[in-house]
Write a protein that binds this ligand. Structure first.
Ligand code: 9Z3
Length: 357
């Protein structure tokens, strides 16, 4: 149910957002997003919110330990580049320090970025000749995105930051109507420690230093406690944010979610289940071990189809010195096929929305 809170903002889950604290830099991030969206709305440009990277679940308020979700940010950062190429403006909602569009070609790569550089005869630092051509292309695309102000980078770390940001951004995107697109490739925690059950200080493992673990207000049992030498962690489910997004925060946008599984026999079933449960537009299923080679599109019209790139050939951008220790990379970035398909579906949706007006 959509409700109005005291500030006039729409809120679809009063409990979560009333009991879990607003991140300190949220207002600043939303202000940045507002002027970005206003610019692109006035130019009638499509805006894609691309969520990327894994969320964390802190176990202590003063966080030493946390639970993480797997994702390097490759899917999101690569897709963001293809959305920019397709004419979208992109809000890149990403896990801090995960891969970013454009710089991804040189960061976290199997080479250190210094391996792309050399000295010329005059002693100046220049790009190695073998990387010149590719780097020149990446650089001009990066510069264009900067000049046109089509890429906004907004970081999160915890699942709480992610949820507050997603809600705040979705509300800012509402005036875009059908021109808004949510491409949810972030790996979002399913379980978390709610603020009221979070312990303040670092959990002590040594029995000699164990005290009764207490949380801030003591209202509910703390999420972590020691049982002798054993640490017991008791997590709450994360609210079903996709439902909130579809029904309340972004009812007119196109919403694409990703489904990650490891058991091939479950993928299609789980993707279809998610689509039926949340009634959004498209679920893209992928398996952990084959996610760079194949994805399964499950759409609301009942269609199911695989997109596959041939395995085997190493992509040109992988230039490490120890080829044997690395898994093979596909010759084609699968996102270069995924994003145009998504954009095509988005066009259909926009046309349908326009015909109803
Ligand atoms: C994905 O499935 C992404 O494609 C990957 C990308 C995390 C596998 P990398 O960043 O990996 O390229 O290393 N993301 C969605 C995972 C997720 O949490 N989905 C939720 C769910 O399955 C729904 S939004 O319930």
């Amino acid at each position: 149910m959509v409700q109005q809170n005291g500030t006039g903002e729409q809120s679809s889950d009063p409990d979560y957002f009333q009991t879990n604290p607003k991140p300190p830099n949220l207002d600043r991030q939303i202000t940045l997003a507002r002027s970005f969206i206003e610019q692109h709305a006035s130019e009638n440009r499509r805006v894609a919110l691309v969520a990327s990277g894994g969320t964390t679940v802190p176990l202590e308020n003063q966080t030493v330990r946390f639970i993480d979700n797997f994702s390097a940010g490759t899917r999101g950062a690569t897709s963001a580049e293809y959305f920019l190429e397709a004419g979208y403006a992109v809000i890149f909602l990403h896990r801090q320090f995960s891969l970013l569009p454009y710089s991804r070609h040189y960061s976290h790569s199997t080479n250190c970025f210094l391996d792309f550089m050399t000295h010329n005869d005059a002693g100046a630092v220049v790009v190695e000749s073998e990387y010149q051509q590719q780097m020149a292309q990446v650089l001009s695309r990066y510069r264009k995105a900067k000049e046109d102000n089509t890429l906004l980078l907004l970081p999160f770390t915890t699942v709480n930051e992610y949820l507050w940001l997603l809600r705040g951004l979705a509300m800012q995107m509402q005036p875009l109507g059908a021109n808004g697109l949510f491409y949810l490739a972030a790996a979002v925690s399913d379980f978390f420690v709610p603020a009221e059950r979070m312990v303040e200080h670092k959990i002590q493992s040594s029995e000699d230093f164990q005290e009764e673990l207490t949380n801030g207000n003591g209202a509910r049992a703390p999420a972590a406690h020691m049982d002798g030498k054993r640490l017991i962690i008791n997590l709450d489910p994360v609210p079903k944010f996709l439902k909130l997004l579809v029904d309340g925060w972004a009812p007119r946008s196109m919403i694409v979610s990703f489904k990650l599984e490891t058991d091939p026999s479950l993928l299609a079933k789980k993707a279809r289940y998610a689509l039926e449960k949340y009634s959004h537009h498209l679920v893209i299923g992928n398996l952990l071990n084959t996610r760079k080679w194949e994805v399964l599109f499950v759409s609301a019209d009942g269609g199911e189809r695989w997109i596959r790139v041939p395995a085997g050939r190493r992509s040109k951008s992988v230039t490490n010195w120890d080829h044997d220790s690395q898994p093979q990379e596909p010759a084609i970035e699968i996102e270069s096929w995924i994003v145009p398909e998504v954009a095509k579906e988005h066009t259909k949706m926009i046309e349908k929305a326009a015909s109803k007006q």
